[in-house]
Design a protein around this ligand. Structure first.
Ligand SMILES: Cc1cc2nc3c(=O)[nH]c(=O)nc-3n(C[C@H](O)[C@H](O)[C@H](O)COP(=O)(O)O)c2cc1C
Ligand code: SF4
Ligand code: SF4
Ligand code: SF4
Ligand code: FES
Length: 700
């Protein structure tokens, strides 16, 4: 640790208590309350000075990005960050500020060398980050317009009000900013196209739907820095000549909704929004629309239908929404992160922005780094940063002495990138070229205990549930792929399955109506490409090399590795493990349900896996005992039926089409004056059980 220990009492200080959703879940509000109470008591005694007043000296901020280490408390301007803070730590933190105690070392972050670090700059999680989109999150109170203005907030709007609309658009074009919602469409170009249509009124919309599982980039920005998004939307509106704006935010984002509403109110009260903005004579206002939570409602045309109160379903886009969007009027839709970049670009100039990132992907990107990585959280790095830097430098590598296997980028319809491609730069075009995508910025790291077939099955299942069912390639393709993948992971894979998966995936890419169907095969196609041997092991050898698929895995304790610690025994949900002190433990295979808990619990890597029941049955059919009861009568029947139907129809669609043709359930819109909830289309259709439905087979 660097210099310590006593704080200088002559500086006004601020304590920033992270109160983003992650830290709140870990008790941040109790920490903030304890600090406020203790500070108030100390101030009464005259032993503490913090900023203007005690209340002003303790701020509840948005997310700092390192949520797993929350609650986080940051002392400024000293830039000392405390992690895992509890209410009981309040007195020690304040004693240090009051010059009566030392830095609270137990709450500091330990870097990879075990050294305790004070500032974010010294913390390996933050050291290589470059914050543009997250420039304010964690530093301001989201509800306070004063905090925002003090950090230069609305200066870009003031500047934009003095610029011609065309000049604003040119600046955004020159910056090279591309949409952060997934498609990477050039933002300036989108604005120029919309501005070119004469039809009025025009609209601007902020896409805060963020339906990707595991993603929380947009939520954090909306929670922690809502005024920046509002300012970005105002500048977009000014550039294209829009009269009204909408912020479409998913309903589960309770804190984001609360903070956005508060920010809108304060912006109106301070004349940054509403009638005659800053005396310019320009009127513009923004309403909040709550999204119902369907993944497909993040898609532009579905989102607009949803705002209009119709079922959130994509439409064919012969005419783009920049020409006919909301209520068939010219509309610009931009993602939350795209919009927070706008004030920075206008204020600091396109050339400055373009310095960061790569030639074709300028600026930075926020990622939600999760999965099997030591440091998880929200990170913002320049475009072109490699996957290796993200996973190993910022993320700290793979925990528990496991090895890196793959990284899934781009949300549920992204692809899995193997270790051999870890040095790929992250930008829109490179990831696309290698079968994945940037998407909105989800990065899921996987270790050697991850089954890539199961990963593909998991995402395909999610997408099959979220597909709106409007077009056949996506609706049927996803179901067929899910059936095949479910079979493979259950030991029922057949020769030709991989090829059939690939054929279906390619057809979906080419023929689906919207981005969901067009990209939905990525998890499958990238894993059949980079992890083909794993599929083959499941199908041909009936084993799951990663030891994940229960039907293809048996768990065994390796005698000479077992240290008889008993942890596996404690973790087993069916008491299948026996063993005594100082003696290697044993798994009773008859009781074991192959859940894998013991393998996770064992600190000595003493639990191994090998092919499971399905494999055994396949290779060694049990001898028939005369008179013995048939254990499962259903299976052979189902197989026979499947074979029969498959022989007749190469692609049996009927049963599935019938199901999908069911009318979607539409919840009524509960429109409020300036804050309405969008209707939800219940998209989920039960996945047909294999045996009842059939699928085309390419096997010989
Ligand atoms: C199925 C699907 C879901 C999407 N979800 C989101 C989302 O949650 N947020 C988002 O900004 N864009 C999402 N998009 C992309 C939007 O359609 C659109 O391209 C984007 O909002 C445009 O803003 P941008 O140009 O600033 O990226 C989704 C697209 C598809 C096909
Ligand atoms: S591709 Fe899928 S989500 Fe998109 S319209 Fe077709 S069925 Fe609906
Ligand atoms: S795999 Fe699960 S059920 Fe089997 S022994 Fe281990 S903990 Fe018990
Ligand atoms: S947890 Fe590992 S080392 Fe401990 S008893 Fe079980 S197998 Fe042995
Ligand atoms: S909510 Fe505190 S670090 Fe994310």
């Amino acid at each position: 640790m660097a210099e310590t220990k006593k704080a200088s009492s002559s500086i006004d200080r601020t304590l920033l208590v992270c109160c983003g959703t992650g830290c709140i879940a870990n008790g941040a509000q109790a920490v903030a309350a304890a600090l406020t109470k203790a500070a108030s008591a100390m101030e009464k005694k005259g032993s503490l000075r913090v900023t203007v007043s005690l209340k002003g000296g303790i701020k509840e901020t948005g997310c700092n990005g390192f949520c797993e280490n929350g609650p986080i408390v940051r002392l400024m301007p000293d830039d000392i960050s405390y992690y895992h803070v509890k209410p009981a730590d309040a007195a020690d933190i304040l004693n240090h500020i009051a010059g009566k105690g030392e830095i609270v070392e137990r709450l500091l972050y330990k870097n990879d060398e075990g050294k305790k670090v004070l500032s974010q700059k010294e913390n390996p999680f933050y050291a290589k980050q470059h914050k543009i989109a997250l420039r304010n999150a964690g530093l301001i109170e989201p509800g306070s317009i004063k905090d925002y203005v003090d950090r230069g907030g609305f200066d870009a709007l003031k500047k934009a009000l003095t610029m011609k609309a065309d000049t604003i658009i040119s600046e955004v074009e020159k910056s090279g900013l591309r949409g952060r919602g997934g498609a990477g469409f050039p933002t300036g170009q989108k604005w120029r196209q919309c501005a070119s249509y004469e039809e009025t009124p025009k609209y601007v919309v902020c896409n805060g739907d963020e339906g990707d599982p595991g993603a929380f980039m947009d939520r954090s920005i909306l929670e922690g820095d809502p005024h920046s998004v509002i300012e970005g939307l105002l500048i977009a509106a000014r550039a294209i000549g829009a009269v009204e704006g909408f912020m479409y935010i998913r309903d589960e984002y309770e804190l984001a909704l609360k903070n956005v509403r508060k920010a809108l109110e304060s912006a109106r009260a301070s004349k940054y929004l509403g009638k005659n903005i800053l005396g310019s004579g320009w009127d513009f206002d923004i309403s909040v629309v709550r999204g119902g939570g369907a993944f497909v409602c993040g898609e532009s045309s579905a989102l607009m239908a949803s705002i209009e109160g119709r079922v959130g379903e994509p439409r064919t886009k012969y005419i783009r929404s920049v020409q006919k969007g909301l209520w068939d009027k010219p509309t610009v839709l931009n993602n939350v992160e795209t919009l927070v970049n706008i004030p920075h670009i206008i204020l600091h100039g396109a050339a400055n922005y373009k310095k960061m990132g790569t030639q074709a992907s300028a600026g930075t990107k926020v990622f939600a780094l999760v999965g099997k990585v030591k440091r998880t959280g929200l990170v913002e790095v320049p475009m072109g940063t490699t996957l290796r830097q993200l996973v190993f430098d910022i993320g700290g590598g793979i925990p528990d002495k496991r090895s890196f296997k793959a990284v899934q980028t781009g949300g549920p319809s992204g692809g899995c990138i193997p270790a051999s491609l870890l040095d790929l730069p992250i930008d829109f075009d490179t990831l696309d070229k290698y079968g994945s995508m940037m998407g909105s910025g989800g990065i899921i790291v996987m270790d050697d205990r991850t089954c890539m077939v199961e990963v593909a099955r998991y995402y395909t299942n999610f997408l099959a549930e979220e597909s709106c069912g409007k077009c056949t390639p996506c609706r049927e393709g996803l179901r067929r792929m899910l059936e095949i993948l479910t079979d493979i992971t259950a030991g029922k894979g057949r020769p030709g399955d991989i090829e059939l998966l690939e054929e279906t995936g390619i057809a979906m890419k080419e023929a689906s109506l919207c981005g969901l169907g067009k990209s939905a095969a990525n998890p499958v196609l990238s894993t059949t490409k980079y992890f083909r041997s794993e599929y083959e092991a499941h199908i041909k050898k009936k084993t799951c090399p990663a030891g994940v698929c229960p039907k293809l895995t048996s768990f065994l304790i390796v005698k000479n590795k077992c240290k008889a610690c008993g942890l596996c025994k404690k973790s087993c949900p069916v008491s299948a493990i026996s063993g005594q002190k100082a003696k290697p433990h044993l798994i009773n295979q008859k009781l074991c349900v192959n859940c894998g808990s013991c393998r996770i619990a064992c600190p000595f890597d003493a639990i191994d896996t090998k092919g499971g029941d399905a494999g055994k049955k396949e290779t060694k059919p049990a001898a028939k005992k005369p008179g013995a009861k048939k254990p499962v009568a259903k299976k052979p029947v189902a197989k026979k039926t499947a074979k029969k139907v498959a022989a007749k129809k190469p692609v049996a669609k009927k049963p599935a089409i019938k199901k999908a043709a069911k009318k979607p359930t539409v919840k009524k819109a509960t429109a409020k004056k300036a804050d309405k909830k969008a209707p939800v289309k219940k998209t989920n259709k039960k996945t047909p059980v294999r045996g009842k439905t059939t699928r085309g087979r390419a096997s010989k």
